[in-house]
Write a protein that binds this ligand. Structure first.
Ligand code: SF4
Length: 189
């Protein structure tokens, strides 16, 4: 049998922003995997700051999707600003929800990791130093999930969440329904 039609979206265009912190950008790529459904989406959604628009500053938004965890002070600042501007904030993917892959460094001390990478690794020239330019964002001692710093309204799990998860989640939210994902579309691969 033919699949059921996607639910109709409301008439008012919602402002949506997306942002990436300490992640791999894979969640954004998976979102783009909704493919031609994005044409249906943009009839009901206007993108603010997002790689789709290349806007650098986020304005007032109805919905913010944010991928990646917190690994440095700049991530925290961007997250707080994003939270202030977004009515509803969604932590997207394992990195945003738990710290994800970057949080594997939490088992080691920061000085140990920096020394290993910049000074003790095979093939480095002698006398290499750990970068300490004041322009560089200060690293956090550990990679942390977003909900430890700001209130998160929804969590969209997966690594990355599948395109169908994004679609079901967004169409539910935009239509004013509480998003409910079945376990099927949630995957970690
Ligand atoms: Fe990349 Fe997975 Fe993290 Fe998304 S959750 S940013 S896909 S590592």
């Amino acid at each position: 049998p033919a699949p059921p039609p996607y639910p109709a979206l409301p008439r008012r265009k919602l402002k949506v922003a997306t942002c990436s912190l300490a992640g791999c950008f894979g969640c954004h790529m998976s979102f783009l995997d909704i493919d031609e459904r994005i044409l249906q989406l943009i009839e009901h959604v206007e993108f603010d700051r997002s790689p789709l628009t290349d806007l650098k500053e986020v304005g007032r938004c109805d919905l913010g999707l944010i991928e990646g965890g917190l690994c440095n002070a700049e991530n925290v600042e961007v997250l707080r600003d994003f939270r202030r501007q977004c009515h509803t904030l969604v932590a997207v993917g394992a990195c945003a929800i738990t710290g994800g892959l970057p949080a594997q460094r939490n088992a080691m001390s920061l000085p140990h990791i920096l020394g290993e990478v910049y000074q003790q690794r095979e093939g480095l020239k002698t006398g290499c130093a750990i970068p300490n330019d004041p322009e560089l964002p200060l690293l956090l001692r550990q990679v942390r999930p977003l909900h430890e710093v700001v209130q998160i309204d929804y969590f969209l799990p997966g690594c990355p969440p599948s395109a169908d998860s994004f679609w079901v989640f967004l169409t539910d939210l935009i239509a004013g329904r509480t998003p409910r994902l079945a376990s099927g579309p949630i995957r970690y691969d």
